[in-house]
Write a protein that binds this ligand. Structure first.
Ligand code: ADP
Ligand code: MG
Length: 251
């Protein structure tokens, strides 16, 4: 088997007495969508934050593209090609779609926008931004104020921002959150195609989307991975049904 592009080895993180990540080992392989599911508070976002570099693990290791990146910060990891979209949007709502992508190409977010006004005229960056917008189907909205986009379009814009950094793997924390049925369908189709570009570690509550998209699914409960497998394997897994999926089917 080829070496995975992204891997955690026995990643452990506690908040006081709470073990939010308990020796979590998982990997992401080229070409796949690997979904991470589990109840609220299971530690999914905590895991993503450690992989992205926002939160330091107590112990364990994160490997990306064959190297140990555990000591690198978020910007260094992004520059190596670790792309991330956020559970809470980092877009600058009052600026245009194109401006947000240009800023994203610098690894910046809206919070520091005012310091970066000169780059908004940089021809090379604008070119790269336009091509990213085309890739996500937002090319006709380049001049639209970001606040005027639909919720689903903002999610596509966030992916366009991530694309400008030429990611070799994506981390996505609940990209479907807040989308209606149609928005979810559109984004599902989009992510389906995106996996060819860069594999995706996907946290998602929408089980229809998860089972439609994921090549593999890992189930996290109380900070521990209790199972990893294909959709069919996960559906049939007795531990998973007891700990997680079963409760939904009983409802
Ligand atoms: P999930 O994303 O699976 O819903 P989280 O990773 O957000 O779960 O949280 C896992 C557990 O860690 C929860 O019990 C949450 O309250 C706790 N937690 C998350 N972040 C912190 C923090 N910064 N300080 C203390 N506890 C936290
Ligand atoms: Mg979360």
């Amino acid at each position: 088997m080829t070496e995975p592009i992204l891997e955690t080895r026995a990643l452990t993180k506690s908040f006081g007495a709470l073990v939010a990540s308990n020796a979590v080992s998982l990997d992401l392989r080229v070409g796949e969508i690997h979904a991470l599911i589990g109840p609220n508070g299971a530690g999914k976002s905590t895991l993503i934050k450690q992989i992205a570099g926002n939160l330091a693990p107590d112990s364990g290791e994160i490997r990306f593209d064959g190297r140990n990146v555990t000591a690198l910060d978020t910007v260094e990891r992004a520059q190596l090609g670790l792309g991330r979209t956020f559970q809470i949007s980092s877009l600058a709502m009052e600026y245009t779609v194109l401006q947000n992508v240009v800023l994203g190409a610098l690894g910046r977010d809206g919070g520091v926008m005012r310091f970066w006004r000169p780059v908004l005229k940089d021809a090379g960056l604008i070119e790269a931004a336009r091509s990213a917008l085309e890739r996500v189907g937002l090319q006709d909205h380049a001049a639209t104020r970001t606040a005027d986009l639909s919720h689903g379009q903002r999610r596509q814009l966030e992916v366009a921002v991530a694309l400008t950094l030429k990611p070799r793997a994506f981390l996505m924390d609940e990209p479907m959150a807040g989308l209606g049925a149609e928005g979810s369908r559109t984004l599902t189709g989009f992510l389906d195609a995106l996996r060819q570009e860069a594999p995706i570690l996907l946290i998602e509550h929408d089980m229809d989307a998860v089972f439609a998209l994921a090549d593999r699914i890992s189930v996290l409960v109380y900070g521990e991975i209790i199972a990893t497998g294909t959709g069919d394997e996960i559906r049939a897994n007795a531990d998973v049904r007891r700990a997680y999926l079963g409760e939904e089917e009983d409802a």
